[in-house]
Design a protein around this ligand. Structure first.
Ligand SMILES: C[S@@+](CC[C@H](N)C(=O)[O-])C[C@H]1O[C@@H](n2cnc3c(N)ncnc32)[C@H](O)[C@@H]1O
Length: 312
C-alpha cells in the first residue's frame, strides 16, 4: 500500500467514530508498504498489509466470503477481459469504462472507485485526479488489480470453451500513471476513510450487489467532499434477495418507501429526499452504458447499466 494513503485511513470497525490507524511497517519498497499492520488504538483491531495489499474490511474473511463467485478464477478472468479486452486487441471488447470515465471531468483531489474489481476504471480516473483509490471486498480482484499496478502486466487464462483456455498477457500502456493509483481490500458499507476525503467518486455496478444499498450511498456521501465533488453511479438494478432483503432494495418493487425504479429513487435521495444524503447533490447527467462481460469465446452478457452523474 502506498504510504501517502495512510493519512486518509480510519478504522472501519469503529465507524462512525473516525479513529486514525497506527502503522507498523515491517517491509517496504520505496513508497510501497509491502508487509505491516495497521492497528486501531480504540478497538485494538489489527488490519494486516500482506504482499502490498491492505486488508481494511471490518469483518474477518469468512468461509462465505472466500466462496463468493468474485473470488473464483473464471470470474476473475471474465472481469479481466471486461476491463482490459481492448488492450488484448479483442474486437468484441467493451468501451464501457471509457464511457464512464468520460462522465468525470478533470480536477484536483483524490478519487475513489468503490467496487473497483480488477481496476480499469481506477486506472482511467488517474488521468483526471491527483490520486485514485480502488476498493473492493474481493481479495482475488484486488490481487489482480495490484499485480497490474506493480508489474504493469498480468498473464491470464482466457476461457475458450469448456476446459479450453488461451494464455494471454495484459500489458498496460506505458503512459498509464500507475504511481497515482492504489487498490485496497475493504467494504463499501464501512469505507475506511475520513469524512470529506474525495473529490470524485464512482459506484459502478455495485449498488445492487451490496446487502444495504442505502448504507452504501450514505458511505459515499460521508467520504465525499461537501463541494466541488462529482459522483457517478451506474447500475443495472438487478435486485435479488440472494444479496439484499427486499425491504432494503432501493427500487424494483411496487410498495414501500422505495417503490418504483431504482434510478429514480437514487436521484431523489441524492437531491435531498428524506434528508438522507446532505448536502444535496445536483443531477448533471443521466443515461446508460452498455457493459459487456465475457464468459467464454461464444458467450457474453450484455448489460444496460443506467447512470446518474451528480455534483455538489
Ligand atoms: C458487478 S461487479 C462490478 C465491478 C466494477 N465496478 C465494474 O463495473 O466492472 C461488483 C463488484 O462489487 C464488489 N463488491 C460487492 N460487495 C461489496 C462490498 N460490500 N464492498 C466492496 N466491494 C463489494 C464485488 O467484489 C465486485 O467487484
Amino acid at each position: 500500500m502506498k504510504k501517502p494513503l495512510l493519512e486518509m485511513l480510519v478504522c472501519p470497525v469503529c465507524l462512525p467514530d473516525e479513529i486514525e490507524l497506527k502503522a507498523v511497517i515491517t517491509q517496504q519498497h520505496q513508497e510501497d508498504i509491502t508487509e505491516g499492520v495497521l492497528t486501531c488504538p480504540k478497538c485494538g483491531g489489527a488490519h494486516p498489509i500482506r504482499e502490498g495489499i491492505a486488508f481494511l474490511d471490518p469483518s474477518p474473511q469468512t468461509e462465505a466470503k472466500a466462496a463468493s463467485k468474485y473470488e473464483t478464477a473464471p470470474v476473475v478472468s471474465s472481469y479481466l477481459w471486461s476491463h482490459y479486452g481492448d488492450i488484448l486487441g479483442d474486437p468484441e471488447a467493451s468501451s464501457a469504462y471509457a464511457e464512464w470515465a468520460g462522465l468525470v471531468s478533470g480536477g484536483p483531489g483524490v478519487a475513489l472507485d468503490i467496487g473497483s474489481a480488477v481496476g480499469r476504471f481506477t486506472f482511467e480516473m488517474s488521468r483526471k485526479r491527483d490520486f485514485v483509490v480502488g476498493i473492493d471486498n474481493s481479495v482475488a480482484f484486488i490481487r489482480a488489480a495490484r499485480e497490474l499496478m506493480v508489474r504493469g502486466r498480468k498473464p491470464m487464462a482466457l476461457r475458450q470453451e469448456g476446459l479450453l483456455t488461451r494464455e494471454e498477457t495484459i500489458v498496460l500502456p506505458e503512459t498509464w500513471q500507475i504511481d497515482k493509483v492504489e487498490f485496497i481490500v475493504g467494504d463499501a458499507l464501512a469505507l475506511p476513510f475520513r469524512s470529506k476525503s474525495f473529490s470524485a467518486l464512482a459506484s459502478l455496478n455495485i449498488a445492487d450487489k451490496v446487502q444495504l444499498p442505502l448504507k452504501h450511498l450514505q458511505e459515499v456521501n460521508r467520504v465525499a467532499r461537501e463541494k466541488e465533488v462529482q459522483f457517478v453511479l451506474s447500475d443495472p438494478f438487478s435486485w435479488s434477495t440472494e444479496v439484499a432483503r427486499e425491504e432494503d432494495w432501493l427500487g424494483g418493487k411496487d410498495s414501500g418507501p422505495y417503490a418504483g425504479r431504482g434510478i429514480d429513487n437514487i436521484i431523489a435521495l441524492l437531491q435531498g429526499k428524506d434528508r438522507r444524503l446532505l448536502p444535496a447533490w445536483r443531477i448533471a447527467r443521466q443515461g446508460h452504458v452498455w457493459w459487456k462481460i465475457r464468459t467464454h469465446a461464444n458467450h457474453f452478457e450484455l448489460i444496460r447499466s443506467c447512470f446518474v452523474k451528480a455534483e455538489r
